[in-house]
Design a protein around this ligand. Structure first.
Ligand code: CA
Length: 225
């Protein structure tokens, strides 16, 4: 899952990004509202963490702008002030939730998970496909109850498929969803990760085409039921 963090305090931004990356999120950081807006238009983010007080373009205005342009991803406001005016303004501007700084990291992570479950259909806390289970709160993946040892990138690929279980993703789309803007790899990399993931799934007992190739279109989870 890809998160855009718009926060002008470098120290907070870095610490928060690190904590998010530990949870296998892909994180892009924008240090002012204008860059945040440019990023939001350019990349497919699953969630935006938005500071309220920002240079160039403040959080409330940016939030209104996003919603006006039809961006529907969840927006979680980070506010320094614990005043109800700020919260009301944030929510009225189109934010889905807010946390007050200094925030409790565990609580922030739980709120992010909750927001990411909301979609067209509300997703369950644990994502499943056949015998595969992925728990976003512990970042654990099991197949038939056995823990799978997969790399962070493989985890992200599986999560993308599980959250969009009937969708086909080509390599370019996978790159756009799962790589941050400052780590551009070739599309060949995606192929390598998929191959490794298929191998691990096979060892765990899954069919070779658990992740199937849809010729000319991309990859998706194979429906056997
Ligand atoms: Ca700020």
């Amino acid at each position: 899952m890809k998160i855009l963090l718009i926060e002008d305090e470098y120290r907070i931004a870095e610490a928060l990004a690190e904590a998010l990356r530990d949870q296998h999120y892909i994180v892009d950081i924008a240090h002012d509202g204008q860059v945040g807006w440019d990023f939001a238009k350019a990349f497919p983010y699953d969630l935006i963490l938005l500071d309220l007080m920002l240079p160039k373009l403040d959080g409330i205005t940016l939030c209104q702008q996003l919603r006006r342009q039809g961006y529907a991803m969840p927006i979680l406001m980070l506010t320094a002030k614990d005043t109800s005016t700020d919260k009301v303004m944030g929510l009225d501007a189109g934010a889905d939730d807010y946390v007050v700084k200094p925030f409790d990291l565990q609580e922030l992570m739980a709120r992010i998970r909750a927001l990411l479950r909301r979609g067209i259909a509300i997703l369950p806390p644990i994502l499943e496909w056949e015998n595969l289970r992925l728990d976003p709160s512990t970042c654990e993946v099991t197949y038939k109850g056995q823990q799978m040892h997969i790399t962070p990138k493989e985890y992200k690929i599986l999560e993308l498929f599980l959250r969009n279980s009937h969708q086909v993703f080509n390599r370019h789309e996978i790159l756009k969803h799962l790589w941050s803007f400052d780590e551009p790899p070739g599309e060949e990399t995606v192929k390598v990760h998929i191959r490794s993931l298929r191998q691990k799934l096979k060892v765990a007992g899954a069919n070779v085409d658990f992740i199937e190739t849809v010729y000319g279109l991309g990859y998706r989870l194979k429906q056997n039921f």
